[in-house]
Design a protein around this ligand. Structure first.
Ligand SMILES: [Zn+2]
Length: 512
């Protein structure tokens, strides 16, 4: 149990009013007891009422709610491990060659980057772990254990997925379409990821029971994407969500190929198809949504569906630019996910927020663009709402978990910032990780002055360096060869999938 504490600052951003107006306290303090925000008010009165309580912060400081990375998968980035930025569908083939990294070290690596940029909660979408139920459970426990070790809050999910493991077609059909000599290696690859649906559900249930008493770790349901789930698996995802009252996070319409896939499978739109399974509600967050039509957007708004905007990822994997201004115009709550990695190939939430601020500035004096306040709300309150923690995080309202970031205003503004520039504009436009003095989760300072309180970052980085200094294992060599052999067939598979002639330029914006 952490002792009571007062956090003092020139300005404290409590959160946002229902109409989106920021709630900012000047010369203020937050009283924290048992990890919870008990009160927020004028610093002098709070100090007088609690003279013996330990303090953090003070003059020149700014406090904001902890940031939420609402869509995250891995530690070392695919780029670091040898997979460059291809269009998503080719990238899946290229990623077959990734090296094996110890999951504890891997998870800690990105957790360091996240916490150092002000992220207190992550939505960890574990895309795949090879092997049987025991191996998948072990993988989940390693990831969860790493978050427990560093002290971060995490919403964990092992993605549900039961088909089309490489291209948007049945594994066996695709295997039969490639040269015979390459088929055994591809079959062996698929064999590693064939945990039956009922065993995937059993893994979920085991983890759910294990995490029942965990204050900072929750489980949620993540149907991976329409092409990865059979109808039976979609039904199972809906059933799990309602049985355990848990939110869902699902990739959808990330690329034009996924839009074409939905048309081929369902005769219509992916969003409309999900409605048949009862999957459209305020419990559902759709990751990406780049290729939603106006009708899709209206349907999502009508069902209070949320959207996770993965801006860097959409740029890097040539997915396009999500119609974020349309989402906002329809009142869809948008959150932010860094996905695999941001434009600097790291997990810097302050930079990702800045990218979201800049990427949707449509030409034209009266054309829409997100405001800095909207972007901060995406990265806090709206991100929180996509996790099982809900309204307990994402703001510093009394009763909330004390997850917060202490910033040094001088570091952000040196040597000068016009006094009338609103605080949130200053933070979203200019704050870098170097301005973060401390990060608190559940009332516990887990990061301060560039150091992690519970764990030595340098030791972990050194362990990663050492483990990957070894030459490729025979299994890694095999996967690399398979990836190279299969790549041209994956590329050929998508020929003529899009309405334009092959090779014709596709519009950067979703043309709807
Ligand atoms: Zn993703």
């Amino acid at each position: 149990m952490t002792p009571p504490r007062l956090v003092l600052a020139d300005q404290i951003i409590e959160g946002f009013a229902p109409d989106g107006a920021p709630l900012i306290h000047t010369d203020a303090a937050i009283l924290i007891e048992a990890g919870i925000v008990v009160a927020i008010g004028p610093a002098s009165a709070m100090r007088a009422a609690h003279p013996d309580v330990e303090t953090l912060g003070g003059r020149g400081k700014v406090v904001m709610p902890g940031l939420i990375n609402a869509h995250h998968h891995v530690g070392l980035t695919p780029f670091q491990l040898g997979s460059p930025d291809y269009p998503l569908e080719l990238w899946f083939a290229s990623r077959m060659a990734l090296r094996d990294v110890d999951l504890r070290l891997d998870t800690l690596f990105s957790a360091f980057e996240m916490v150092a940029s002000g992220i207190t909660t992550v939505q960890h979408l574990h895309s795949r772990a090879p092997g049987g139920a025991g191996a998948v459970l072990d993988a989940a426990r390693k990831v969860i254990g790493a978050y427990r070790e560093i002290g971060m809050r995490a919403s964990y999910s092992m993605a549900l997925r039961d088909q089309n493991r490489l291209v948007y077609q049945d594994d066996q059909l695709f295997t039969e379409s490639i040269p015979e000599a390459q088929r055994p290696a591809l079959r062996a690859f698929f064999e590693r990821f064939t945990l039956p649906l009922d065993e995937q559900v059993a893994v979920f249930e085991t983890l759910h029971a294990e995490l029942a008493e965990e204050p900072r770790i929750r489980l949620q349901v993540a149907p991976a994407n329409l092409h990865w789930l059979s109808d039976e698996a979609l039904e199972q995802a809906a059933a799990l969500s309602s049985r355990y009252c848990l939110p869902l996070h699902m990739h959808l319409l990330e690329t034009p190929y996924q839009k074409a896939y939905a048309q081929r499978r369902t005769g219509g739109s992916a969003v409309a198809y999900l409605e048949r399974f009862g999957l459209l509600s305020d419990r559902m967050t759709l990751g990406h949504g780049v290729w939603m039509s106006e009708a899709d957007i209206e349907q999502c708004a009508a069902h209070s569906v949320r959207v996770c905007h993965n801006c860097s990822s959409n740029f890097r994997l040539k997915s396009g630019i999500a119609p974020v201004n349309r989402f906002l115009a329809k009142g869809i709550p948008v959150c932010i996910g860094i996905d695999e990695a941001g434009v600097n190939d790291d997990r810097d939430m302050l930079q990702e927020m800045r990218l979201v601020l800049r990427a949707h500035r449509e030409p034209g004096i009266d054309a829409p663009h997100p405001a800095a306040e909207q972007v901060l709300r995406m990265a806090t309150e709206h991100g929180a709402a996509t996790t099982p923690f809900g309204t307990r995080i994402g703001s510093l309202r009394p009763g909330s978990e004390a997850d917060l970031v202490l910033l040094d205003r001088e570091t952000i503004t040196r040597p000068y910032q016009h006094a009338q520039t609103p605080l949130i504009d200053v933070i979203v436009h200019r704050a870098k990780p170097s301005a973060i003095e401390a990060v608190m989760v559940g009332g516990e300072v887990i990061y301060e002055g560039g150091r992690f309180r519970r764990i030595d970052r340098e030791m972990v980085l050194e362990a990663i360096r050492e483990s990957l200094a070894a030459p490729l294992s025979p299994a890694e060599v095999d996967r690399q060869q398979l990836s190279e052999a299969i790549f041209p067939h994956v590329k050929a598979f998508y020929d003529r999938w899009l309405p334009d002639e092959p090779g014709a330029p596709h519009t950067f914006y979703n043309s709807r």
